[in-house]
Design a binder for this molecule. Structure first.
Ligand code: SAH
Length: 251
């Protein structure tokens, strides 16, 4: 059987218990070497066959999986963060289905969650934003026409941009062109949860220069929105004049 597992954002103790258990009894691991922390491989049993998918094609990955499955091995396909976000798992799943190879999926802590933790931020602050847009700057992978960054920016919601820190200037220009005021708070979180983690804070008009200055290009998320600022309202959930199904209002 093939187990797609979210490895979490980097710190090896941010994999789920389920993911760690699957690793502990894997016969083969195929991991995304560019971003998965290789310390996680210490949790595999002796004799476990280990492959780094960074140098492999889809065909090669599927071939390895199918071969291991025929030999009765459990395979862990280890993806960074959560596999549902820019994980390219759908194409693997469809190939396994066609080959009649069984699989399951274990979620992981995505880097956008680890980045919020690093920045001590809440994406959904009352009266500031109740929406988080997860997107990317268009690069070599095109973005559908209805999802151009400038049009998403027009909502001025909280935004987490993956795969975009190599194109900081263009990204921030599109964000401002789309509707974020130049002084909108922004942050770049580099290697969230790794020992090298860095959190740079500025505004959407200044953050690109700050990132260039500190040499941050890859493995970073760009966060934008007033949720990174200090103005918000208290939540209704813990408001003593607000009843809900688990608590009666006191006044
Ligand atoms: N599935 C992953 C994302 C894979 S795409 C997840 O859920 O996090 C790879 C991009 O994710 C990188 O370009 C970077 O933008 C972001 N990323 C992954 N790990 C990160 C980390 N620890 N800190 C900051 N950004 C990270």
């Amino acid at each position: 059987m093939i187990h797609f597992v979210g490895a979490g954002p980097g710190a090896p103790d941010l994999i789920t218990l389920r993911g760690a258990k699957l690793l502990a009894r894997a016969g083969m691991v195929i991991y995304a070497g560019s971003l998965v922390n290789s310390e996680l491989l210490n949790g595999t049993p002796e004799g476990c066959e280990i492959y780094n998918s960074a140098s492999m094609t889809l065909d090669e990955v599927i071939e390895k999986m199918a071969d291991a499955d025929r030999r009765g091995l459990d395979v862990v396909r280890l993806h960074t963060g959560d596999p549902s976000i820019y994980g390219a798992i759908r194409e693997q799943i469809d190939r396994l289905k066609a080959l009649d190879v069984a699989y399951d999926i274990t979620p992981g802590v995505s880097s956008f969650c680890a980045a919020a933790a690093a920045a001590e931020a809440e994406y959904t602050l009352p009266s500031v934003s109740q929406t988080l847009i997860i997107t990317r700057m268009e690069g070599r992978t095109p973005v559908p026409p209805g999802e151009k960054l400038a049009s998403l920016a027009s909502h001025r919601a909280s935004m987490a941009l993956f795969l975009s820190s190599g194109l900081m200037e263009e990204t921030c220009a599109a964000l401002m062109q789309g509707g974020y005021a130049p002084d909108t708070p922004a942050a770049v979180v580099y290697k969230a949860s790794w020992p090298e983690q860095k959190v740079l804070r500025g505004a959407v008009s200044t953050i690109a220069a700050m990132a260039a200055e500190s040499g941050v290009r890859n493995t970073a998320l760009i966060l934008v929105g007033r949720f990174l600022g200090d103005d918000y309202e208290l939540s209704k959930l813990y408001d003593d004049s607000f009843s809900h199904s688990f608590r009666k209002a006191s006044q």
